[in-house]
Design a protein around this ligand. Structure first.
Ligand SMILES: Cc1ncc(COP(=O)(O)O)c(C=O)c1O
Length: 439
């Protein structure tokens, strides 16, 4: 089975002015049907002795998104106590969460963590310090642990900043410490029943495949109690035409074959776990902005739009590319990069946001220079829509920079009805925690 969607969900251009009229611009747009289909595809991934899919909620932590995803049967991967508490507040029980965090919970946070673990949260130990601190509790309460192993192999991320296997990455218990950790665990009678490796985000799918073999090697060598092997997230999607996406069916088939071979060699049946974020939501999302100004210079023609890095920092942070569509005020699609639509002659425009930051653009090269985008020239008042923005946009943006307010979010439901899922931040909310002090 080939994934049916490997690019951004199709933009219904006629909806754009309607959404802008109701909720203003900029605004985030999500497509429930797309998210549900992604979940179904992931749950249908081939496997040997069972598959458990967790949604990496850091990709988009909005409660409606969490509810859609968990209703489809995915559990959650949380990166902080705050994320776990947020998911709980959205109605997800702790028994459906795993915590993989850089935090070292002490004092009140420690008590909170213990309560979460007692309620069924799976704790994925990510450092020797974390293990030392939790081992006594795990022993007393007979809690089985998961362990994140640093794989000691680079190249799993789409960029250096998303690689979690190189010597520059600090995530997980390093291989050199694994024998110490397992010896301590054996002495205490604490079990690591799950081994977890996340090699990075959006890297070459072949690297994901290589990790399967490497990780099964760790399980065989160091973890006799493990009944589950988590291959992490990182499944690549294609936001732009020509990008190579992860064929999850082929990856599942490969994993199943290697897990069966592991059983033949060891007699042990392992359940497979994955925790994608990007794959679930990235291509379900659009950001709708309005063109508010034009500046035609001798060197470059600029379009200024009313939303940029404060809604989507991936271009500035990673040099990531997102497809751009131009929609007229009457809802006609003028051009779309992903669908290769151009209703007339296209021209290069540098597209910039409203922030006082030279890198506030939807398209930048590796040196931070603005790269012009080929589009059909719009008028001021028309819309510029950015695709592939469902993941790591509203959950990972420098919101409130220049005191811009966090944009609202709308979801297109299964019956095509549009519903507001998050209100626009108010000016009062931006400043509400600032205190009046005597000067
Ligand atoms: C431990 C872990 N798991 C899963 C993910 C999700 O990655 P992606 O969104 O690329 O699938 C991440 C991303 O940073 C991660 O750090």
């Amino acid at each position: 089975m080939t994934p049916k969607h490997f690019g951004p969900t199709k933009l219904d251009a006629a909806l754009v002015p309607e959404i802008a009229r109701q909720w203003g611009t900029p605004v985030y747009l999500h497509d429930q049907a797309f998210i549900e289909r992604s979940c179904e595809q992931l749950l249908g991934m081939p496997n040997a002795y069972g598959l458990h899919v967790r949604y990496a909620m850091k990709a988009n932590s909005d409660r409606t998104v969490l509810r859609v995803v968990t209703a489809k049967g995915l559990d959650l991967d949380c990166s902080s106590l705050e994320e776990a508490a947020r998911a709980f507040a959205a109605g997800v029980p702790y028994s459906r969460m795993m915590l993989t965090t850089q935090q070292v919970p002490l004092d009140e946070e420690r008590l909170e963590l213990e309560e979460m673990i007692r309620s069924g949260l799976k704790y994925n130990v990510c450092s020797m310090t974390q293990f030392r601190l939790i081992s006594g509790f795990a022993k007393e309460n007979r809690v089985d642990l998961s362990i994140r192993v640093h794989p000691g192999a680079a190249g799993g991320g789409e960029s250096q900043t998303r690689d979690t296997g190189s010597e520059y990455s600090c995530f997980g218990v390093h291989l050199k410490d694994v024998p110490t950790a397992t010896a301590m665990a054996a002495e205490l009678g604490v079990r690591f029943t799950q081994v977890h490796v996340h090699i990075g985000s959006g890297g070459d799918p072949d690297k994901w495949r290589e990790n399967i073999d490497r990780e099964l090697g760790f399980v065989a060598e160091y973890f006799p109690d493990a009944d589950t092997v988590s291959f992490g997230g990182g499944l690549k999607v294609a936001r732009m035409p020509g990008e190579k996406w992860a064929d999850i069916t082929a990856l599942g088939e490969y994993a199943a074959q290697r897990i069966k071979a592991f059983k033949e060699a060891t007699g042990r049946e392992l359940k497979m776990e994955i925790e994608p974020g990007t794959f679930v939501v990235a291509n379900s999302g659009h950001i709708i902005t309005r063109i508010i100004d034009k500046k035609l210079t001798n060197e470059m023609n600029f379009l200024i739009v009313d939303g940029g890095m404060e809604l989507l920092s991936r271009p500035l942070l990673y040099g990531s590319e997102h497809p751009v569509a131009i929609v007229r005020q009457d809802g006609a699609l003028l051009s779309s990069e992903f669908d290769a639509v151009a209703t007339g002659a296209s021209k290069p425009f540098g597209i910039v946001g409203r922030c006082c930051e030279s890198g506030d653009s939807v398209r930048l090269d590796g040196d931070g220079n603005i790269v012009p985008v080929q589009i059909v020239e719009p008028e001021i008042g028309d819309y510029m829509v950015i695709g592939g923005t469902g993941a790591y946009s509203e959950s990972m943006s420098p919101e409130n920079y220049n005191s811009h307010r966090k944009a609202p979010a709308v979801m297109k439901r299964l019956n095509s009805e549009l519903v507001l899922i998050r209100k626009k931040q108010t000016r009062q909310q931006v400043i509400q925690n600032e205190l009046e002090v005597e000067l």
